[in-house]
Design a protein around this ligand. Sequence first.
Ligand SMILES: C[S@@+](CC[C@H](N)C(=O)[O-])C[C@H]1O[C@@H](n2cnc3c(N)ncnc32)[C@H](O)[C@@H]1O
Length: 183
Amino acid sequence: MSLAPSEPSPFVAAQCERLRAAGALGPCLDLACGRGRHARLAAHAGLFVVALDRDAPALGAVAELARAEALAIAPLRADAESPLGLPLAPGRFGAVVVTRFLFRPLAPVIAALLAPGGILVYETFTRRQRELGSGPKSPAFLLEPGELPALFPQLEVCAYEESLRSGGAGDAWLAGLVARRPI
Ligand SMILES: C[S@@+](CC[C@H](N)C(=O)[O-])C[C@H]1O[C@@H](n2cnc3c(N)ncnc32)[C@H](O)[C@@H]1O
C-alpha cells in the first residue's frame, strides 16, 4: 500500500498565497489531516504544520512523508471529538485547514485557534453528496446549503463556494470556505 498522500484539493491549493502569508502569524494546523496532503502543501509553502488525526497509521504516513521530504510537520494524535477539547493553545495558529471532516460542535474551537488575522480554509461535503451515492451518508457529516460560513460567525468570509468537483478521488459535492479572524 502506498503511503503517499493524494493530490491536494484544488480549492485548498488555490489558497497557497494566503497560506504563505498566514505563516507570518503562526503555524498551520491540518485538522483531521489523514495522510497529510494539505499538511504537505502548507509545509511546502513554508509553514510549520501541526498535522492532527486520531488514526495512528495515517499519522505514521505523515511522519514518513515529513522525513522523506524534510518538511516541518509535527504529527499529533488526538481525538477532535473528545469532550476534553483539543490539546492546542487558542490564538496561536496562522492558519487552520480542514477538509472532508465535520464535527459541528468543534466550529467555535477552530475559530478560537486562529491568531488575529489568521485564516481558516475549510472544505467538506454538502448534503448533495448523497445524490452521487458515494461518501458520507449521515447528516452529521454533510453540510446544509449555506451552512459552512454560518458555523463561523466570528470570522470574516474571504471566499465561499458550493459546487460539484471532479478529480482523482471521484466526484464530490463540496462547500469551500476561506475566512479570516478579524484583527
Ligand atoms: C475523509 S478523511 C480526510 C483526510 C484529509 N483531511 C484529506 O482531505 O485528505 C477524514 C479524516 O478524519 C479523521 N478523523 C475522523 N474523526 C476524527 C476525530 N474525532 N479526531 C481526529 N481525526 C478524526 C480520520 O482519521 C481521517 O483521517
